[in-house]
Design a protein around this ligand. Structure first.
Ligand code: 3H9
Length: 708
């Protein structure tokens, strides 16, 4: 028998243990091993029932996701091939009890549902998260789950992808018993109770499948919900169809329809992109020159300097992770304002049901306001979040160097400034690092961790690990202007402005990118973030602009009129009291007037051109960043864009999107833009090379790791 699955005996009960660390995925060998084990227990007269359990930290966490790429590229012709195994388990003459701890996800839950009974430890979870990978359950999950949990719950789980904890799973019928204490002995005892009794087959349990009248409203509501919350995604809609088949067709035919939909999803670009994201989120935690064994600095207390929007949000992030935080401001009025905002944000979370009042009270107790640096000597880490100006930052870091203990991490939340220059104002540049949170800091998942040339490896490793504890995705980036995210965002927003200046309406630009899948259009995003920030930066760096190179002018015009965006009630749009954006003819007038003065010819611009101009501007800058080494891999850029800039996950991020379109095509279009619009569109050398060699950014990652 395969060493991935073992059979042992506890007197009359067989125990089938799956042993495929780290998560007992159904990799090749595991289904075969289970199948042999079922044969073995059925052939053994001394066995009355069997328990299936996972070794290590979990039951089966699903199919082996790595196999999917092999299937779509033709390397794996067999498929995952679970359906016959599940029928075999269900048809076993000896009853099979599935013992669940950790996560019975995807194919794991499908295996569990083919058992005759399921027991679970209280912290066990069950789920069909396939939609998060752009696919649907492909081994009968959409057919068996409604038979156990009812149609409404099955639709919710298969289309939404979120797991259910054991106690709730027991309530809705997925699990037969929650076992306190040792799971294996509880499961064996349970198996003894049911041995010899008629074993129920899930596929024959039709009593929860409902009637057409009962089900219709469930499917209609689910489809509407999915089209809003999982906009443009095909898998959730396919999952709903598949569950609907369970209610209309006999089990076998339902499985055939499920298999068809599964295959369509698996071969889609969306699924390839989402699988890229799944592995990418894990990949970014790995930094080639920082080994796993690098010592971690314990961070048990922190201080945040600056209680403005960012500082206050960052303080909440630490408090939410249970870490006490000193929050420092320069004067009492600013401190009071900062604290009031934190309280208001927490109160809103309670109102929306995200947190309980008790939880919030505990968090607030962890935030200690202060006007001095007096207690800074005790903290393990400081995050500076003062106004974005080099002189002020240097002053703060000089002070931190004076008051903080040796070994403390000194982090700056700067979004654009040079970390090395900041570090040079201290006597310990190895302790200085950038931790660039995204606004609102307590909501956005992205944390750009900026490595200075002197930053210590222990400081980097600590921040990477800490990001997880804070509920963030930490991505290590190099120290260049704007780092990775904002450096790329600059040409993206520049193109959005150019398009308006060339004749597109504000709404057309935003709509094209929203329809592409961005959470918001680039102009509406500017209004949300505040147009004055960019205006101030542009003025500060005007001396660096190359003469003769076109610069956007529309936003400067808006700012000159005091239109800073949502905070002033007007920017690219007007805003009503509910902050709803309303198109404003005054903006149109200002832009057309500016365009006429600058002799910019006006023309009709298609949605496709809007998308290509904006997204390829991201890609071209991303290629430069990659080549210059400021991002470790193209996936790092993708993860930044998905978690910090509202890029749609089902497109995998800007670099993956370019790989999907084909770099040759992207390069040719960029060459065309270069001819039409000049210097700003000069193709990145890396893009040119990869396109000419018919390669992808993913190939570049491989080249790079092979040469390391
Ligand atoms: C499916 O089942 C389709 C079916 O309908 C059948 C169709 C026929 N495969 O996340 P972690 C790796 S679709 C391969 O850091 P955690 C992961 O890459 C599948 N590898 O741990 C990582 O590797 P590395 C449905 C997998 O404790 C390591 O394991 N199932 C898989 O934070 C540790 O992972 C899912 O979508 C896998 N299935 O979280 C579940 N899962 O160390 C996906 C993990 O080299 N998995 N790896 O970076 C998860 O959600 C989380 O991994 C889990 C553990 C919650 C299980």
């Amino acid at each position: 028998m395969s060493n991935l699955v073992q059979v042992s005996k506890n007197n009359d009960i067989a125990v089938i243990t799956i042993n495929n660390p780290p998560v007992n995925a159904l990799s090749p060998g595991v289904p075969e091993g289970i199948s042999e084990a079922i044969d073995q227990i059925n052939a053994d007269n001394s066995v009355r029932a069997a328990v299936v359990i996972g070794s290590g930290r979990t039951f089966i966490a699903g199919a082996d996701i790595k196999e999917f790429e092999k299937i779509t590229s033709g390397q794996n012709q067999r498929g995952v091939g679970l359906l016959p195994l599940l029928l075999k388990i269900e048809d076993s003459r000896k009853p099979v009890v599935m013992a669940i701890h950790g996560t019975a996800f995807g194919g794991g839950l499908e295996v569990a549902m083919a058992g005759h009974y399921r027991v679970a430890s209280p912290d066990g979870q069950v789920g069909q998260p396939e939609v998060k990978l752009g696919i649907i359950p492909g081994a009968g999950g959409t057919q068996r789950l409604p038979r156990l949990a009812g149609v409404a719950k099955a639709v919710e789980m298969c289309a939404g992808g979120n797991p259910v904890k054991a106690p709730e799973a027991a309530k809705i019928g997925i699990i037969d018993r929650v076992i306190e204490g040792d799971l294996l002995s509880g499961a064996v005892a349970f198996a003894r109770e049911i041995a010899g009794k008629a074993a129920p087959k899930t596929r024959e349990r039709n009593e929860k499948l409902g009637t057409a009248e009962q089900n219709q409203p469930i499917f209609t509501a689910a489809r509407e919900n999915a089209s809003k919350k999982q906009r443009n995604m095909m898998a959730p809609q396919a999952a709903i169809h598949a569950v609907e088949y369970a209610t209309r067709l006999p089990f076998d035919q339902g499985c055939e329809m499920e298999a068809r939909l599964f295959k369509e999803c698996l071969f889609s670009d969306q699924s390839k992109a989402l699988i890229h994201v799944f592995f990418g989120e894990r990949e970014v935690a790995k930094v080639p020159d920082i080994p796993k064994e690098t010592p971690i600095i314990p961070v048990n207390s922190v201080a945040v300097v600056g209680a403005g929007t960012m500082g206050g949000g960052i303080a909440m992030v630490f408090a939410n992770a249970g870490i006490p935080v000193l929050l420092k401001e320069a004067d009492q009025a600013a401190l009071d304002r900062g604290l009031a905002t934190i309280q208001k944000n927490y109160a809103n979370s309670v109102k929306r049901g995200r947190f309980t009042q008790e939880y919030v009270d505990q968090r607030l107790k962890l935030i200690k306001p202060t006007l001095s640096y007096d207690d800074f000597g005790n903290v393990d880490m400081v995050v500076e979040a003062v106004f974005e100006g080099m002189a002020l930052k240097k002053e703060v870091f000089k002070e931190l160097d004076r008051v903080c203990k040796q070994g403390a991490i000194l982090a700056s939340n700067t979004s654009t400034l040079n970390i090395d220059e900041i570090a040079a104002s201290t006597s310990r540049p190895q302790a200085v690092i950038g931790t660039h949170f995204f606004s609102p800091a307590n909501v956005m998942r992205l944390l750009e961790i900026v490595r200075g040339k002197a930053t210590g490896k222990d400081v980097i490793a600590t921040c990477m690990q800490l990001s997880k504890k804070l509920g963030k995705v930490g991505v290590l980036v190099g120290n260049c202007r704007g780092f990775v995210g904002n450096r790329m965002f600059h040409p993206y927003r520049r193109e959005a402005q150019f398009l308006v200046e060339e004749g597109a309406t504000v709404e057309a630009v935003d709509k094209a990118l929203y329809d592409f899948g961005m959470a918001m259009g680039p102009l509406a995003t500017g209004d949300l973030a505040g147009l004055d920030v960019g205006w101030r930066i542009r003025k500060e760096y005007r001396h660096l602009e190359k003469p003769g190179v076109r610069q956007p002018m529309a936003e400067d015009r808006l700012c000159e009129q005091g239109r800073y965006g949502q905070k002033t009630g007007a920017g690219w749009y007007k805003y009503d009291e509910n902050r709803r954006a309303i198109p404003d003819p005054e903006v149109e007038r200002l832009v057309r007037q500016g365009a006429a003065e600058a002799n910019i010819p006006q023309r009709q611009i298609s949605a496709q051109e809007i998308v290509d101009r904006c997204i390829y501007a991201l890609v071209n800058e991303g290629a430069r960043i990659l080549e210059e080494g400021f991002a470790l891999r193209s996936i790092d850029i993708d993860i930044i864009y998905l978690n910090g800039y509202g890029f749609p996950a089902y497109r995998g991020g800007p670099m993956k999107y370019a790989d999907t379109v084909g770099l040759k095509k992207v390069y040719e279009q960029i060459q065309e833009f270069h001819r039409q619009h000049g210097e700003t569109w000069e193709p990145a050398p890396l893009l040119k090379r990869l396109a000419e060699e018919s390669k992808t950014f993913a190939d570049f990652n491989k080249e790079k790791s092979a040469s390391a």
